[in-house]
Design a protein around this ligand. Structure first.
Ligand SMILES: [Mn+2]
Length: 357
């Protein structure tokens, strides 16, 4: 698939033209509602407040940002607190008060994303790959989907830069942190735009608050969950699997996957866990790997959704019943598919034993 073919009204050859297209869609609107995935991560938070800044400073359009889920990771909670990011619960929003709707860091129809059924999405800003994207974006006035960019925050910062906006310290810090997390400190999936965006933001970044966001104190329960997760790690030849069974949050699945990829010799990590009746999966590969292909191979024959870019991918499978037999069978199928896709034999897994083993 040609990534640029996804951008409908955006002109791939020019950042300026893209920014003008975004301005044209917002111009003259009364009020914008910004939505993202259910449990926002830093890149979606950065993208959301960046778009709000663009709407206000470039087009004079007021906006609100609403979410359906929760802010889960301690770092993300610190980001919201330190930067005073305001958000509403979507269920408390009167949709009729808005005449423009935007989706950032995700797309209509993605599994972890709720768009009210009577809402027409006008703006989509995202960097995830999805086979169904082209069809789903057909009716979106401004669809800016660029899978070659490391972070949605970089795309949003690019629009602010093109418009000549001087971002507030809070917005600049939010965008910079969004870029940092999605690109692992500009080391993963980095494009020229990610670097250019970071350079543009840096003079406005509140470095003191950025440090507070990066290293917040963690609750004791976090370490308990981490201990449980590590006890379930299985190491194959360059492939690490961690099927958590029932777990506390989808974020923990992603966090464990990130951590395990740091192990020497590991080429790919698959981590999964059930939260309520949804099975969440995170795939990480070393640089140059194709995490999205891997998660699609893992989910073959399953009824779920997935997205990804470069060495990072995630997916969700709705389990009608969360009983432990159904869960165990699902985890076995996923593991078998991953190992087959990586060309690794499923025998002889190593585990972390107890110290006195
Ligand atoms: Mn992102």
């Amino acid at each position: 698939m040609n990534p640029t073919s996804l951008a409908k009204n955006a002109h791939p050859e020019s950042g300026k033209a893209r920014m003008e297209a975004l301005r044209a869609v917002l111009q003259g609107r009364q009020r914008l509602l910004v939505l993202t995935h259910n449990n926002p991560d830093p890149d979606s938070l950065g993208g959301a407040v960046g778009l709000q800044e663009f709407a206000r400073k470039v087009c004079g359009v007021e906006s609100r940002f609403a979410i359906t889920g929760r802010i889960l990771r301690a770092e993300n909670q610190a980001m919201v607190r330190e930067l005073g990011i305001e958000m509403d619960r979507l269920e408390s929003i009167v949709l009729e008060d808005f005449d423009c709707f935007a989706l950032v860091d995700t797309q209509p129809g993605f599994g972890h994303t709720f768009v009210p059924p009577n809402v027409t999405v006008d703006i989509v800003l995202d960097h995830h790959v999805c086979a169904e994207s082209v069809a789903r974006l057909r009716d979106v006035s401004f669809a800016d989907v660029r899978p070659d960019i490391g972070a949605t925050s970089s795309m949003m910062a690019g629009h602010l830069l093109e418009a000549g906006v001087k971002p507030s310290r809070e917005v600049a810090t939010a965008l910079a942190y969004g870029i940092k997390t999605d690109t692992a400190d500009l080391s993963r999936n980095v494009s020229d735009l990610d670097l250019k965006a970071y350079d543009y933001l840096f003079p406005y970044v509140d470095r003191q608050r950025l440090v507070s966001i990066c290293c917040p104190r963690l609750p004791a329960a976090y370490f308990q969950t981490l201990k449980d997760a590590l006890s379930k790690v299985r190491l194959y030849d360059g492939v690490t699997l961690c099927s958590l069974g029932r777990t506390t949050s989808a974020e923990m699945v992603a966090e464990v996957a990130d951590l395990l990829l740091r192990m020497e010799g590991v080429r790919a990590v698959f981590c999964g866990g059930l939260v309520d009746n949804a099975y969440y999966m995170s795939v990480r590969t070393e640089l140059g790997g194709d995490a999205w292909r891997l998660i699609r191979d893992a989910m073959e024959g399953e009824n779920g959704t997935c997205g990804g870019h470069g060495s990072v991918a995630g997916g969700t499978i709705q389990l009608g019943t969360g009983d432990s037999r159904t869960l165990k069978r699902l985890e076995r199928r996923l593991e078998r598919n991953i190992l087959r896709s990586m060309g690794v034999s499923g025998s002889n897994a190593a585990v972390f034993g107890d110290a006195d083993d």
